[in-house]
Design a protein around this ligand. Structure first.
Ligand code: TXA
Ligand code: MG
Length: 326
């Protein structure tokens, strides 16, 4: 597999913007995970995203804007609750559902009449989108169903030359994807738990409904039961018990305390017990455990509050692909 061009996020920005403008694919850092970007006004460019990711065409993309003020320029007027959430949380890890404007080709939204949109809180990302001069459709820059990328090297390893340029802006700050909310009417619905905690949302929007993940034809396929999965079988366990003495080489992903001896590889998400730090390190730690060649990864859940809910959601989905040996 040949490699994409990897450019530093500052000096490579102008070139990356021109690749976007001319229909190419650019992976770029956001505050959540790396995105695989294409010009959202260009159906052919958007189609290349689905091919590069081997992503099913029923899984719609998120459109990224440089500035909150660009929303109404693109979409026209939006419901007051959407305006309020955007005003409070953009730039930031919140994706909002709006009506799809005619300028956005249906392939971007997988034929839905709605569109997911956000303004990322990362200077390189916003400068890139502004320099490209177009809205940028971008899912996470990984192959469908696999671990999300929080570093440029994860993108290179996962997508190779399927992407034209990777802008390297270092590790991402939040480490898990944005929270997706439909606030178009009535009580807001969280379609995907993410880096913006539900508690923060509720301070602005009042009580919200968290839609439990569904399988089949989901509203937000980031909520497919099996998703975000390492290659190694992963199992969620209740705590750091010593592993059975059965000769299986196991890794352990711990929240704050190192487990008892017996694991070949151990990653601790946050020795200080900080959920934000744990979220930021989650996918990176899973990428590293995956690379050790262990036969199974055991994981303990983190406290189920704040961004910890989104971390546990990712762990459950990563574990959904676990196949018992034999
Ligand atoms: O943090 C993020 O959101 C990252 C960065 C790159 O911005 N992007 C991301 O994209 O996580 P992706 O494609 O991995 O997940 C996008 C999710 C999908 O599950 C998709 O189904 C959902 O957003 N989505 C997109 N458009 C939607 C719509 N109109 N209604 C409901 N869900 C939608
Ligand atoms: Mg994704």
């Amino acid at each position: 597999m040949s490699n994409p061009r990897v450019l530093p996020a500052d000096s490579g920005l102008a070139e990356a913007a021109s690749v976007l403008r001319t229909g190419g694919l650019v992976a770029f850092p956001t505050e959540t995970v790396y995105g695989l970007g294409a010009n959202a006004l260009d159906a052919r460019a958007a189609a290349r995203i689905f091919a590069a990711k081997e992503r099913p065409s029923f899984d719609p993309l998120i459109t990224h804007l440089a500035d909150a003020a660009d929303l109404e320029k693109l979409v026209g007027s939006v419901p007051p609750a959407v305006v309020a959430l955007a005003a409070r949380f953009w730039p930031g890890p919140l994706t909002l559902i709006v009506d799809r404007p005619a300028a956005i080709p249906p392939i971007v939204t997988s034929g839905l009449e709605t569109m997911a949109v956000r303004v990322p809180d990362n200077d390189h990302a916003r400068e890139l989108i502004a320099a490209a001069g177009v809205p940028v459709a971008a899912p996470s820059a990984n192959r469908f169903g696999q671990l999300s990328p929080t570093r440029a090297e994860h993108v290179v390893r996962g997508l190779g030359a399927a992407v034209d340029v990777v802008l390297d802006g270092g590790p991402t700050r939040c480490g898990i994807e944005s929270t997706i909310v439909d606030a178009r009417g009535g009580r807001p619905v969280v379609l995907r738990l993410g880096a913006l905690p539900v508690e923060a949302l509720e301070e602005v929007a009042g009580p919200v409904t968290v839609r439990p993940g569904s399988s089949g034809q989901p509203v937000a396929p980031g909520t497919l039961a099996a998703h975000y999965a390492p290659r190694t079988p992963l199992r969620v366990v209740s705590g750091a018990e010593p592993p059975p003495a059965d000769g299986v080489r196991r890794g352990f992903l711990a929240f704050r305390d190192r487990p008892a001896a017996g694991y070949v590889a151990v990653e601790v998400l946050s020795a200080a017990g900080d959920l934000t730090e744990a979220a930021a390190r989650l996918f990176d730690a899973l990428h590293r455990l995956d690379a050790t060649g262990v036969e199974e990864i055991l994981v303990e859940p983190v406290p189920d509050i704040g961004v910890g809910r989104a971390v546990n959601d990712r762990l459950r989905r990563a574990a959904a692909t676990w196949h018992p040996a034999g």
